[in-house]
Design a protein around this ligand. Sequence first.
Ligand SMILES: Cc1cc2nc3c(=O)[nH]c(=O)nc-3n(C[C@H](O)[C@H](O)[C@H](O)COP(=O)(O)O)c2cc1C
Length: 338
Amino acid sequence: MTSSKNLPHSQRLAERKGDHIELASKARTTSVEVDPRFDYEPLFFTHPSATSRWPTKFLGFDLEYPVWVSSMTGGTEHAKTINQNLARLCGEFKLGMGLGSCRSLLKDRSRLSEFAVKDLLGAQPLFANIGVAQLQELVAADALTQVHELVRITESDGLIIHINPLQEWFQPEGDRFTVAPLETLQRFLDSARYPVIVKEVGQGMGPRSLRALLDLPIAGIELGAFGGTNFTLLESLRGEEEVAREGFIHVGHTAREMVGYLNALPLRGKEFIISGGVSSMLDGHELLSRLKANALIGMASAFLAPALKDYDSLKQFFLAHREALLTAKSLLTVKEDA
Ligand SMILES: Cc1cc2nc3c(=O)[nH]c(=O)nc-3n(C[C@H](O)[C@H](O)[C@H](O)COP(=O)(O)O)c2cc1C
C-alpha cells in the first residue's frame, strides 16, 4: 500500500484502485460481526465539519459537546502538566472536567498549583474531588469546613465525592469505612452549598445504591462503571497477593447495565456522567441515547496518555473522538430492543 497524498490526481486514483485489489481479500467480514445496537441511516447523513457542534447543557453550564474529562490524578509529579493540558482542552472545546482527588490539599496547600486550572477552563465547569473515606473522618472531627475550603481554593463550581470501598480494601494503606457512605453523605450534604456529584471509580453501583443516591439532594451521579480502569485490580497489583479477595475484582456493574437500572428509577431531575469503560464514541452515543435523562459521556484513562505527552497530542486525540461522536450521532440510531 502507498501513501499517495502528494501525487497527481490520475496517479492517486490508479494507486487507490491498486490498493483496493491488493486489500480486498483481507477486507472481508462475516454477518456475525455486525454491531447489532444501531440502525444505520446513511440517507440523512452529512460528514461533520470543523464547525459542527453538539451543544449540551449540564448542571446549568453550556458545553459544546456532551463530553466530561473524568477525575484523575493529583498529588504527583506529573499532575500539574496533566491537569493543565486537560483544562486547556476543556476551555478550548467547551467541555467540563473533574479534578482528581484533592485530598493532599487538606494537609498541604503547597500543592495547590497542581489543581489551580480554573483560569484555563474559563466558564466551563470544574469540580473538585474527595473520597468518602476523608469525608467520614471530617464528619467525625466536625471539620467539614475544610471540604468547603477545597472547593473554594480550587475555584471549583462543585464537588465530586468518590465512593470506593473495594479500592480502599485492596489498597495496602487503604482507609476503612466505619460509617456507611450513605450516612456520611447525608451528614455532609446538610452543610454543602454547591452542586455535588457522587461517583464510583470503576466498579459502578447496583440499583439499591442508585435509588438511595437519587433520593439525596445531590445534583448528579457519575457512573464510574465496570469495564474500564479498575482500581481494585490496580491496588491488588500494588499489594500482596490475597487469595481470599480475588473474586472481588470482577464484581460491579457495566455502564449499560446501570443505564438500564436508572431508566427504571425515578430520576428526580438529576443529571449524569456516563463513565467507566467508555472509550469508543459508539458506546458513548449508544449510552447517551439510552439514558432517559440529561447526561454527558465521561472518560478518564483514555485522556491520560495524550495529556501526559503534550497539548497537541491531547487535542488530536479529542478531535478524532469528536468526529467519531458527531458521525455516530448523525449516522446511527440506537435500536430500542438491542
Ligand atoms: C490515573 C487515574 C487516576 C484517577 N483518580 C481518581 C480520583 O482521584 N478520584 C476519582 O473519583 N476517580 C479517579 N479515577 C477514576 C476515574 O475518574 C474513572 O471513574 C475510572 O477511571 C473509570 O473510567 P475510565 O474507564 O474511562 O478510565 C482515576 C482514574 C485514573 C485512570
